[in-house]
Design a binder for this molecule. Structure first.
Ligand SMILES: [Zn+2]
Length: 672
C-alpha cells in the first residue's frame, strides 16, 4: 500500500484523510440510499480502517463529521424522519478469527474476567428495522436511518406478515430486527422486472431495501418481504437480564426469530459454530453474510458500553468472499456509452456465493495481459455477495496446450469502425458517435434510476427501439409515437400506456438529474448536482469557460475541459435546444435548493402530545429546520398544543398572531 498512515508525511495524510472521507461518504450513499453498491463490504471496510488508522496517527486532521464517527445513513427525503427512542448502532466487523480473538480479549479486559457467555447468531443480509409497540399495538416502524433518526416506513412494514400488528404486551417497547427478501422471491421479482423492461436488483438485500421504501404500501405488499427480530431498543423497565432471554421473550410474543442460535463460552466454540454455517449458508432460504457474536448478560453489555458508532459488546464475523475455479471459454467485447470497449470473460457456468456465474469483467487489454490470460484457461474467480465476480488469477498448471493467445480486436464489434486508443488511456474506443451500441448505452444511461428514471425503458425495450430505427437520440424519445408499438409482439396496451406516461413524467425530473442524464463525460451524479446548484441553469453553464468552471468547488481541469468540449459540439448544442423545447427541466427550481420544510419558523410546544414526547417533537422540528422557543412572545409563529396545556395557550391567544396547531398538523407541515 502506498497509503501507509505511519510513514505518510503531514500534507499527504491530510489529503488522504479528505479523500477517504469523500470516498466513504460516496460508497455509503450508494449502499444505503441508492442500493447499488460498487464495491464489496470488505473493500468498504478496508477504506474505513485506513481512515481510522490515519485519524489515530494524525488526529489534528480528522474531520468533525468523519464517517468513522457515525453510522451510514439510509435516510431519503421521501419519508418523514423520526427519532429512535434508543439510537440504533451498527456492528463493527471481524474478517478473521484473529480479529475475533482480539474482540474477545478486549471484552475480557473490559470486564476483568474471561468467564462469560456469548450468544452467536446468523447475520441476515437485509435491512434493519425498528418497531415501536404501545399498548400492544404496532405504532411505528423506522429504518435505521443515520442511527439517530430513521425513515418512517410504518405503512409498508405493516404489509410484512412476520411483523405482528399487535402483541400481548402492554408496555412501550422498541423491537429490532432485519427485513429481508427470500432467495425465491428475489428470483421471481427479478424475472418480473426484466420482463417489464426494468433493471434487475443486484441481490436480495438491495431488493429488500428498495421494496421497503416504495411509495405505495400495496406495492411493498407484492414483494413478499420477511422479517426476523433479534433485539430490543427502548423498554419501560429493565425486565431482562440477558440477550438470550430477550430472544425467548420475542419468540413468546409472536415475533419470528431465528432459531439457529448458540450459546458459546470460548473462542473455540464460537469458531466451530461459524465454521459450521459458512458452507451451509447457501442452503438457507435467505442470505446471511456472517455471524453475530454478542455478550449475553445485559449487565456486562452495559459495563462495556459503546463507541460513538458501535457497541463494544458485539461484533459481526464476516464470511470470506467465495472463490471458485472454472474455465474461460471465450472473451467477448462490449461497447460502452462513450465507445469504450470492455472485454468480458465468458465462463463455464459455476455456482459461487449462492448464484450462478457465467461472466466476469476483464476491464481492459492491460488487465488481460497482467493476468497472462489465454482463451481456454482455468481461472480462479472471487465473488463477495453482491459484487460482480472478478478473475483474480490464472492456473497455468492446468493448461494442456490447446489454449489460445488473447488478441485485442481492432474494429468495433457492432459498427466495425476502427478502434482508437489515446496515449494516456488504457481503453480502446469506437470513435463513431452514431454507433448503434453507443446509442443504446447512452439511452440506457439517460433512462436509468439516477438520471431520468423512466420505468419500463430498460435494456431490451431500448434495443428494440434503436434496432427498428425508431429512436436515435434523447429528443426522439419524446417525439416517438409509442402507439405504433402495439402492433409488435411483446408490447401490450397497458405497458405501452405506462411507458408513455413514464416518458411524460420524466419531463419534470429536476435539472441536476437532467444534467447527469445527458451524459457529459466525467459528469457523475454528484458533479451534476454541484454544477446545477452553482450555475442554476443550462444557459449559464453553456457560457462558462474552463477557468470559470475550475473556480467551482470540486471541479477540476479534466471535467471543465470535457464540459466545454461537450457544448462546443454543434450536435450536442442542437440536441439540448430541442430537449428544452420539448419541456425538460434545464434550470433549477426553488425546491431543488433543498430548503427545509420549517425553515425560519419558530415553535413553542405545550401540554401532553398524543404520539410523541415533547423532546422527540422538538428534535423533529429542529431537524426540519424549525426553531424551538421556550416562552410565548411575538416572535413565535406556532404553538403546538397537547392535552392539559398551561398558561401558554392563554398568552398565545392574547398575542393573536400565533397559530395554534396540533401534533398532527405540525407533522403534516414536515411532509413533502
Ligand atoms: Zn461502434
Amino acid at each position: 500500500m502506498i497509503h501507509n498512515g505511519l510513514i505518510m508525511n503531514k500534507s499527504k495524510a491530510k489529503i488522504r484523510i479528505e479523500e477517504l472521507n469523500e470516498l466513504i461518504n460516496y460508497h455509503n450513499y450508494l449502499y444505503y440510499v441508492k442500493n447499488q453498491p460498487e464495491i464489496s463490504d470488505y473493500e468498504f471496510d478496508q477504506l474505513m480502517r485506513e481512515l481510522q488508522e490515519l485519524e489515530k496517527t494524525r488526529p489534528e486532521y480528522a474531520l468533525p463529521d468523519s464517517p468513522t464517527q457515525r453510522v451510514g445513513s439510509d435516510l431519503t427525503n421521501k419519508f418523514l424522519s423520526i427519532p429512535h427512542l434508543v439510537p440504533m448502532q451498527s456492528l463493527s466487523n471481524a474478517y478473521s478469527f484473529k480479529e475475533l480473538d482480539d474482540f474477545l480479549q478486549r471484552v475480557h479486559k473490559g470486564l476483568g474476567t474471561s468467564a462469560l457467555k456469548y450468544v452467536v447468531e446468523q447475520k441476515i443480509d437485509g435491512v434493519s428495522i425498528n418497531l415501536l409497540y404501545e399498548n400492544g399495538v404496532l405504532k411505528q416502524a423506522l429504518t435505521r436511518g443515520d442511527g439517530t433518526v430513521g425513515d418512517d416506513i410504518t405503512q409498508n412494514a405493516k404489509t410484512i406478515r412476520d411483523i405482528p400488528l399487535s402483541i400481548k404486551y402492554k408496555k412501550r417497547i422498541e423491537v429490532r430486527g432485519e427485513i429481508y427478501l427470500s432467495r425465491n422471491e428475489f428470483t421471481k421479482l427479478n424475472e418480473q422486472r426484466q420482463k417489464a423492461g426494468n433493471e434487475p436488483f443486484a441481490n436480495p438485500r438491495n431488493a429488500a431495501a428498495g421494496s421497503i421504501k416504495l411509495k405505495y404500501s400495496k406495492d411493498t405488499a407484492e414483494r413478499h418481504l420477511n422479517a426476523l427480530l433479534y433485539g430490543i431498543g427502548f423498554t419501560e423497565e429493565n425486565e431482562f437480564s440477558s440477550h438470550y432471554e430477550i430472544l425467548q421473550f420475542l419468540k413468546n410474543k409472536g415475533f419470528k426469530t431465528n432459531l439457529n442460535i448458540k450459546k458459546c463460552k470460548s473462542l473455540e466454540e464460537i469458531k466451530s459454530f461459524c465454521n459450521e454455517w459458512e458452507p451451509k449458508r447457501f442452503d438457507l432460504p435467505f442470505d446471511i453474510d456472517g455471524m453475530v457474536i454478542k455478550v449475553d448478560l445485559l449487565d456486562f453489555q452495559k459495563r462495556l458500553g459503546s463507541t460513538a458508532k458501535s457497541p463494544r459488546w458485539a461484533i459481526a464475523y464476516k464470511f470470506k468472499a467465495e472463490e471458485a475455479i472454472t474455465k474461460l471459454n471465450k472473451i467477448e467485447f462490449q461497447v460502452g456509452r462513450t465507445g469504450a470497449i470492455t472485454p468480458v470473460a465468458r465462463l463455464t457456468p459455476i455456482r459461487v456465493a449462492g448464484s450462478i456465474v457465467s461472466n466476469a469483467t476483464l476491464h481492459n487489454e492491460d488487465e488481460i495481459k497482467r493476468l497472462q490470460l489465454k482463451i481456454g484457461d482455468y481461472v480462479k474467480l472471487v465473488k463477495s455477495g453482491d459484487i460482480i465476480p472478478k478473475i483474480i488469477e490464472v492456473l497455468p498448471e492446468k493448461r494442456d496446450g490447446s489454449e489460445k493467445d488473447f488478441e485485442m480486436i481492432k474494429k468495433c464489434p457492432v459498427c466495425h469502425t476502427k478502434l482508437v486508443r489515446k496515449e494516456d488511456e488504457a481503453i480502446w474506443r469506437c470513435p463513431n458517435i452514431s454507433c448503434p451500441a453507443q446509442i443504446k448505452r447512452t439511452l440506457e444511461h439517460f433512462a436509468s434510476r439516477d438520471a431520468m428514471d423512466i420505468e419500463g425503458l430498460g435494456t431490451s425495450v431500448i434495443a428494440f427501439l434503436v434496432d427498428k430505427n425508431f429512436i436515435k437520440d434523447f429528443a426522439d424519445l419524446y417525439k416517438f409515437d409509442y402507439v405504433i408499438l402495439k402492433s409488435y409482439e411483446g408490447f401490450e396496451e397497458k405497458s405501452v400506456q405506462n411507458l408513455r406516461n413514464a416518458i411524460e413524467e420524466s419531463k419534470s425530473i429536476p435539472f441536476s438529474k437532467v444534467l447527469y442524464a445527458i451524459g457529459i463525460r466525467y459528469v457523475g451524479v454528484k458533479t451534476a448536482r454541484i454544477l446545477a446548484e452553482y450555475f442554476t441553469s443550462i444557459k449559464n453553464l453553456r457560457k462558462a469557460t474552463v477557468e470559470e468552471l475550475t473556480d467551482v468547488p470540486e471541479i477540476g481541469e479534466k471535467i471543465a475541459q470535457s464540459i466545454v468540449e461537450y457544448f462546443n459540439n454543434e450536435k450536442n448544442a442542437k440536441l439540448i435546444d430541442e430537449l428544452q423545447a420539448l419541456g425538460l427541466q434545464f434550470q433549477i427550481k426553488r425546491e431543488e435548493k433543498k430548503e427545509k420544510k420549517l425553515d425560519g419558523l419558530k415553535f413553542v410546544i405545550t401540554g401532553t402530545l398524543p404520539n410523541y414526547s415533547r423532546n422527540e417533537l422538538k428534535e423533529l422540528i429542529i431537524l426540519n429546520g424549525g426553531e424551538i422557543l421556550s416562552a410565548i412572545s411575538k416572535n413565535v409563529n406556532y404553538l403546538v398544543l397537547g392535552e392539559n396545556p398551561g398558561s401558554k395557550l392563554e398568552k398565545a391567544k392574547k398575542i393573536g398572531t400565533i397559530k395554534i396547531i396540533s401534533e398532527a398538523e405540525v407533522l403534516e407541515m414536515m411532509k413533502s
